[in-house]
Design a protein around this ligand. Structure first.
Ligand SMILES: [Zn+2]
Length: 215
């Protein structure tokens, strides 16, 4: 009988020690790199609280409030920028995403947008408004689509996937976005953005006398 009790106490002590050790190791681990996957369509809900947290409670629009959707997460990541946003997107017509980019610009964040020439001119595109606000936009002038959909926040956070920055993509289509701080994934996108940005520099076309620059 005593033997059973002693063995039971021993097992209990061992499991407690292991749990304590596990908790200690968890504490010692370096902070986790951000990795997140979002799927769309996103539930339609009010996003006012993301733009102005203090006035959210006074929003009387008819959309559901207090719902944390995929689109909310996307907006939060974009608005987390503290120094730069590099955006490379085929179609950009979503009003809330346009508002987010304008908010960053007004906070003094350096915003660069690279987009497709044909789609920048379609009805509802936000590109004209963003340019008017003073945001630097370059259009790909090649004969094929500039079909990327990625953004890099602060040269630190990559947002990439199938999602165009349109209302249809956010609210209707089946889409995905991967959000990551993994340097091995972020760096190639930084380099590709820089390559495309330089390649579509309007000054190149001025100098070469080639086609009219899109900027
Ligand atoms: Zn509302």
């Amino acid at each position: 009988m005593w033997t059973v009790k002693v063995v039971s106490l021993g097992v209990l002590a061992l499991s407690l020690s292991l749990e304590l050790l596990y908790r200690l190791l968890c504490r010692l681990k370096p902070s986790k790199t951000l990795n997140e996957v979002l799927f769309f369509p996103s539930e339609v809900a009010c996003v006012e609280h993301i733009f102005s947290p203090t006035s959210a409670q006074s929003c009387f629009c008819l959309l559901p409030h207090g719902v944390e959707t995929s689109f909310c997460r996307l907006l939060r990541h974009i608005l987390s920028a503290s120094s730069s946003l590099d955006l490379c997107v085929f179609a950009f017509s979503n009003l809330d995403l346009g508002r987010a980019v304008l908010a960053l610009h007004s906070r003094g964040i350096t915003v660069r947008i690279l987009t497709d020439k044909d789609y920048s001119a379609i009805s509802g595109s936000q590109i004209g408004l963003l340019r008017k606000a003073g945001i630097c936009v370059r259009c790909d002038v090649g004969s094929v689509y500039m079909h990327h959909k990625f953004a890099v926040v602060d040269n630190r956070l990559l947002i990439t996937g199938s999602l165009n920055w349109t209302l249809t993509a956010v609210q209707s289509n089946m889409e995905n976005i991967l959000i990551t701080e993994e340097p091995d994934l972020v760096l190639p996108f930084i380099e590709e953005f820089q390559r495309l940005w330089m390649h579509n520099d309007p000054a190149r076309y001025h100098r070469s006398g080639d086609q009219t620059p899109a900027e």
